[in-house]
Design a protein around this ligand. Structure first.
Ligand code: SF4
Ligand code: SF4
Length: 393
C-alpha cells in the first residue's frame, strides 16, 4: 500500500536544483507553468504533506509518467513516482477529477472503460485460435484508441460540459452505451489490422494460443494510473481469477502498458502466477533492411533495453532520446498538454524524413499525424510476409 510516508521519502530527497525541468515534457507543453513541471510537482508534494489545504490535483494528474526526470536528477528523485503517489493519496481522499472517477467506475462495472468489450473483440472475427494454455491478451488497448481519437474530436463541441457529462454517467452508468459506436473508423481499421498482424506473426512462428474474445477484460491501466489503488487491487484479483478459471499459464501481451502492468504491478497487488511475455520475444525476427525513425515507448524503457529489440530487428534507427514521451497519458484529462507534446515529438521524428515506427497503441494514436507513422507489427510483416494493416482475414 502506498501512503504519505512514501511521498515524504521521495520528495524529501530533492535538493531543488531544477535539472528535471529541462527534460520534463509537460512543463513547456503547459506554457512553463511551474506546477505542471517536474520540480513544481516535487515542491507541491513537500507542501502537500505539510498542508492539506493545497489542491495539487492538476499538478499530479498532468504528469505523463515518462520518468525522464529520474534520468537527470542528482538526488535520485523520481517526480513521476511522486506524482503517482500523489494521485493515489488524492484518489483515496475522494479528490480525483470527476472524469477519472467516471472511467474507474465504468471499468470496475464493465471490465472496460467504455463498456465496449464486444466491439473490441470484433477484430478477431474469422480467425481460428487454439485451445491452449497460452493466451493472446490484447487488453483492448489497441481497439480503445479508436474511441479516444473520436473523443478528441468531439471534445471541441462538448469539452466545456465534460465534467457535467461525467457526473451524469456516474449516476447513470448504463448511459455509457451512447459511446458504443462513437469511434474513429479509420483508426479502428488500422488498430484491428495491427492486431491481425501480430496474430499472423505468432502463427508464422508456430506459436499456439487462445483468445478470450468479448470475455477479454481491459487490464485496468487507467485504474492504476489514475491512482485508484484499492479498486485496482480488486480489479487485478478479478483478472487473475478469470485467467485461472480459463486454465491460462502463459500470457502474450502486445503493448508496453499491459506488459508492465501484468509483469511488474499485478504481482504487487494479487497472486498472479502466470508467465508474461511480449510477443516480439516469441517471433524469430531477422534483420530488416532500411532506415526508420523509432519512437521508444516510455513504459518499455523503464524495465528493459528496448534498443536491444531495435538493434535485433533493424539495420539502422535514429532513436534520439528513449525517454521522450508521446503525450498519450495526458489525453484524457489534459488534452492540450497531450497535443503539444505529441506535436513536438512528431515534428522531431518527421524531420528525419524517415518512416516513423511505434511499438505502443497509445504512442501510435498520438503520433499518427500522417501516413508516415506505422506500428512495428506492420514492419515485421512487410519484410517478406507483406500483409498490410486492415486487409487480412
Ligand atoms: S532534478 Fe531532482 S533534486 Fe533537482 S529539482 Fe528536480 S527533483 Fe529536485
Ligand atoms: S515523469 Fe515525466 S512528466 Fe512526470 S514529472 Fe517526470 S519528467 Fe515530468
Amino acid at each position: 500500500m502506498t501512503d504519505l510516508q512514501d511521498l515524504i521519502v521521495e520528495a524529501g530527497k530533492c535538493v531543488n536544483c531544477g535539472f528535471c525541468e529541462s527534460v520534463c515534457p509537460t512543463l513547456p507543453a503547459a506554457g512553463f507553468l511551474s506546477t505542471k513541471g517536474a520540480r513544481g510537482r516535487v515542491d507541491i508534494a513537500k507542501f502537500f504533506y505539510r498542508n492539506d489545504s493545497i489542491d495539487p490535483s492538476a499538478s499530479f494528474y498532468s504528469c505523463v509518467d515518462c520518468y525522464a526526470c529520474l534520468t537527470v536528477c542528482p538526488a535520485g528523485v523520481n517526480a513521476g513516482r511522486v506524482s503517482e503517489i500523489g494521485r493515489m493519496i488524492l484518489a483515496k481522499q475522494g479528490k480525483a477529477p470527476e472524469i477519472a472517477k467516471m472511467i474507474v467506475e465504468l471499468t470496475m462495472r464493465y471490465r472496460n472503460p467504455l463498456g465496449v468489450r464486444e466491439k473490441c473483440a470484433q477484430w478477431a472475427r474469422g480467425i481460428e485460435f487454439d485451445a491452449s494454455e497460452t493466451l493472446l491478451y490484447t487488453g483492448n488497448m489497441y481497439q480503445l484508441m479508436a474511441y479516444l481519437r473520436k473523443f478528441g474530436k468531439l471534445r471541441k463541441f462538448f469539452g466545456q460540459y465534460e465534467v457535467q457529462l461525467a457526473s451524469f454517467i456516474r449516476k447513470h452508468p448504463s448511459s455509457v452505451s451512447i459511446f458504443r459506436d462513437l469511434y474513429d473508423k479509420a483508426m479502428m481499421d488500422r488498430m484491428n489490422g495491427y492486431l491481425i498482424n501480430i496474430v499472423k506473426l505468432l502463427k508464422q512462428n508456430g506459436v499456439k494460443f487462445g483468445y478470450l474474445g468479448s470475455e477479454e477484460p481491459y487490464p485496468g491501466t487507467f485504474i492504476y494510473d489514475l491512482g485508484f489503488e484499492d479498486e485496482f487491487r480488486d480489479y487485478a484479483r478479478y483478472v487473475s481469477k478469470l485467467f485461472q478459471s480459463k486454465g491460462v499459464k502463459r500470457i502474450i501481451t502486445v503493448d508496453p502498458h499491459t506488459y508492465e502492468l501484468l509483469k511488474y504491478i499485478y504481482p504487487r497487488y494479487t497472486e498472479f502466477n502466470f508467465e508474461v511475455v511480449y510477443y516480439i520475444d516469441l517471433i524469430g525476427t531477422h534483420k530488416i533492411s532500411g532506415k526508420y525513425a523509432i519512437h521508444t515507448p516510455c513504459h518499455f524503457s523503464r524495465y528493459f533495453d528496448f534498443s536491444e529489440y531495435v538493434s535485433r530487428i533493424f539495420d539502422v534507427n535514429v532513436e534520439e532520446n528513449p525517454t521522450r514521451c508521446c503525450g498519450g497519458p495526458d489525453e484524457l484529462l489534459f488534452p492540450e498538454i497531450s497535443e503539444n507534446i505529441s506535436e513536438k515529438r512528431f515534428n522531431e521524428l518527421s524531420k528525419t524524413g524517415l518512416p516513423i515506427v511505434t511499438a505502443c497503441p497509445i504512442c501510435y494514436a498520438n503520433l499518427a499525424k500522417d501516413d508516415s507513422v506505422t506500428d512495428i507489427s506492420s514492419i515485421l510483416l512487410s519484410d517478406g510476409y507483406s500483409v498490410s494493416a486492415g486487409s487480412v482475414h
